[in-house]
Structure formats: C-alpha cells, structure tokens
Design a protein. Structure first.
Length: 453
C-alpha cells in the first residue's frame, strides 16, 4: 500500500480504507495490529492446551476465594462447610507475600491434607460442649497453629453456621414464600448490589436450611455466589446468589426473585396460589409460631425445627397419611404445592428412599400414629420401641439418617422426658444404641416439636 494508507477487511467482506495523518499514527496502528494477531495466536494455543486437560469428575466441589492486595487464592474442597478454611487461606496469603512461588502453595496443601480434620459432627470431640457451638481445632500451617472453627450441625444437610433470623428480618412474611418455592423445587434467585459476596453467600445458604434435613438433593442445586455467565440456569430448582440485578425483569430465568437490599420478593408463577384465603391461613399459623419463638426465646434451632416439622407435615399430607385429622380438607388446601413437589426430583428421591428402606415401614407407620394421635397410650409407645429394637444397629449412621429424614428420630428421643420410668428407660437404651445419648447432636433434637396437627 502507499504510505499513510491501509486497508482492513471487515467481517462482512467489505474493505475499510484508513488514511493516517502522519507516520507515527501509522506505526502505532501496525504495532497494535501485530499485537492483536499475536494475542490471537496465544489464545489459540491456550485453547488447544485446555482441550487436553483432564476434566474433574466426581463429587461437587465448593470454592472459597480470598483476595488481599493483588493476591487472590482459590481453595476447592468436597467439604461443604468450606468457610471454616478462611483463616487458613489468610495464613497462606501472608506466607505467599514473602515467598510468591508455587512451592509455597504446594507446601500449604501438603500440610492441610496431612492432618485429620473434623469434617463432620461424628468426628468432633464429645467434650465439645454445647450443641450448636463451633468446635475449635488448632491446625498446623507454616510452622504455626491456626485456630479453625468447625460447626456441629443441628441437622443433616446443614451447609454451615448460618442464622435464620437475619433472613426473616429482611423478608418478614416472605420467608414462607421462600420455603414454599424451595419445597416445590422451583428456581430462586437472591440478588444484591450493596452486599459483599460473603453476605450473599450466607443468605443463600441460610435459605437452603429451611429444608434441612432435605427430602432429596439440595447441595448440588446451590450456587451461593455466582454470575449470569455461569451455567447454574441449567440446574432444575437452583438456588443462586448474584451481585447484580440485571435479571430482575427477566422472569424466564427464575420463579422467585428475592432482593436482599430492600426485602422485596417477586413471584412469577405463584401469584394465584397465595390468593387462596385458606392456604394463607395455614402458612400464617407457622409464621406466628416463628415470631413467638423469636420474641420469647430466639433459639435458632427452635426456628429451624418449626420449618422442619412443617415440611414433614406437608409431606405426610401429600402421602395422604390417614391418621392425620381433617386429612381430605388439608389435601385440598395443599394441593398446589403437593402437586409441584410430586413433579420434582426431590419427590422421586424421597419415594425411592422409602422403597429402599421398606423394612423400616412398620416403624414409620407406628411413629406417625404417635405423632398425630389425639391420645397416646403408653402401650403404643412401648410397642414402637419394641419394633425398632429388632433392627440391625451395626450401621448406626444409616439408621440415624433414615429415622431423621422421616421425622421419627426427634419424636423417639423426646420420650426420654416421659413420665413413665419404663418408657424413659426404653428411650435411653434406644439413644445409647444410636450413640446419641449425651451427644452434642441431641440438644437440638430435643427442641424439635411433634407436629402441626
């Protein structure tokens, strides 16, 4: 080309002529063009290298990222209470500032992986005091001990040390709407432009606790802090947190949108259900009980147990448990959320688990009678413990999980406070067999009520 003139071929096939004012502009343009071509080659090479990387296949990983003064460290683990590792990552960053190399990071992971960590409540020390408290364990890291707190979970599937009351303070009666949408496995989006990623993370996980113990998968559906570029939209019944409100008007992407900044919730496909006065009345009863607990006691585990029992109550209605008073009327009131639940993956898993554990069905039936009977006789209680004493206690964790998920464990454990010495003895022996007697787990179990009948 002649001096001070260039031609660029555009994507649509047309040519664009460029006339430069001086040779310096032309030189800058050519340098920029050369850099662009070089960058494209680098990107191509990176994509080729990425293509041969062996992708991770296995259990879902949690990710925690710490950023301090131009240093960002990302940590992945299968352990769902990942927030416990935050002080360790902060210690890693301090050491990385002095020795910014891959050897520092490798040394850190070797030290962490070489130590026994209390990754679930069964490995926590029995002397670890009160239930609900965080158990502190010193972890050796770069020659020093860092105190790391591990939560003793109240219930199965509790993803961390999260408090429900702050979420209620934000959304008030909307907390029941969140519960209903979670239960029916619809899509929930939490958004905020004013909160930190850690705050959004906490509120999303707090919402998920409303279903603990879950009636199916839940951890795989949680995206506590993500972006609109993520693939979480493909996950049925996702619960996600975003630091943007771009999707507020795009209701195709969510069924319930919760604005953490102003406490507003926007329902997409649920409006008709909340206009039914009887349904509203049913949900209002549980909300009133929650407010009473907050005003007079403010125990987190009692608030959690109210949701736990309400969830199981709806399930029992959905399974048309005949002993429930006014069953047909309750089935009619709850038809919409029961239908949604029965269309979800959670219902398939719940049904499959019941079928897999059909040998426990006699226990489930007997405990359900105790739960909803207007008058309970001592012989009925004794019969229940006689039935359950026949089962194999070799796999204690499995038996405990089955009884908890089917709302049996809390009822049986509460009989340790019964008036009858014989029944107290049966409950005590039962708890000893499950290794629950005087266990840190049990305090919360005692506070879980019976039913809403």
């Amino acid at each position: 080309m002649e001096p001070l003139f260039a031609v660029v071929l555009q994507e649509d096939g047309t040519a664009l002529g460029i006339r430069f004012l001086n040779f310096a502009d032309e030189e800058d343009f050519l340098c920029a063009l050369e850099k662009m071509c070089t960058d494209m080659e680098i990107i191509k090479e990176a994509r080729q290298e990425e293509g041969i990387i062996q992708r991770y296949e296995g259990p879902i990983l949690r990710c925690l990222n710490i950023f301090q003064k131009e240093i960002s460290i990302c940590f992945c683990t299968q352990y769902f209470q990942i927030i416990s590792f935050k002080p360790l990552l902060e210690a890693l960053i301090e050491n990385y500032k002095e020795n910014p190399n891959i050897e520092t990071i490798e040394k850190f992971f070797m030290q962490i992986n070489s130590q026994e960590l209390p990754l679930d409540s069964s490995t926590l020390s029995v002397s670890s005091k009160v239930k609900g408290a965080s158990v502190t364990k010193p972890i050796k890291c770069f020659g020093q001990y860092v105190n790391v707190k591990f939560k003793v979970p109240y219930v199965l599937d509790q993803l961390g040390d999260f408090l429900i009351k702050p979420l209620i303070d934000i959304f008030d009666t909307g907390i029941i709407t969140i519960f209903n949408v979670l239960f029916s496995e619809q899509r929930i989006l939490f958004v905020s432009e004013n909160m930190s990623c850690e705050e959004i993370y906490h509120y999303v996980h707090t919402a998920v606790m409303l279903l603990s113990p879950s009636v199916g998968i839940i951890q795989e559906q949680v995206f506590p802090y993500t972006t609109i570029a993520s693939r979480f939209f493909r996950t049925p019944g996702y619960v996600a947190g975003l630091a943007t409100k771009e999707l507020t008007k795009n209701s195709e992407k969510w069924d319930l949108l919760c604005d953490l900044d102003d406490g507003k919730i926007i329902v997409d496909s649920y409006g008709d259900h909340f206009t039914d006065e009887d349904t509203i009345s049913l949900d209002t009863q549980i909300y009133s009980k929650i407010i009473n607990v907050i005003e007079f006691a403010n125990f987190e585990d009692q608030i959690l147990s109210l949701f736990y029992n309400y969830k199981q109550y709806i399930i029992d209605i959905g399974m048309e448990t005949q002993i429930i008073p006014n069953l047909q009327h309750l089935v009619k009131l709850n038809r919409w959320r029961i239908n949604l639940w029965k269309q979800s993956d959670k219902f398939d898993i719940y049904k499959s688990e019941r079928e897999d554990n059909i040998r426990f069905e006699e226990v489930f039936t007997q405990v359900t009678k105790l739960k909803y009977s207007k008058s309970i006789k001592d012989e009925d209680i004794t019969k229940t413990f006689e039935i359950i004493s026949k089962y194999d206690y070799s796999d204690v964790d499995h038996l405990t999980t089955i009884l908890t998920k089917n709302s049996c464990l809390n009822i049986l454990c509460n009989y340790i406070f019964h008036d009858s010495e014989d029944i107290r003895g049966l409950a005590k022996n039962f708890m000893k067999k499950l290794k629950l007697y005087r266990s840190p787990k049990v305090n919360g179990i005692f506070k879980m009520g019976y039913s809403y009948a």
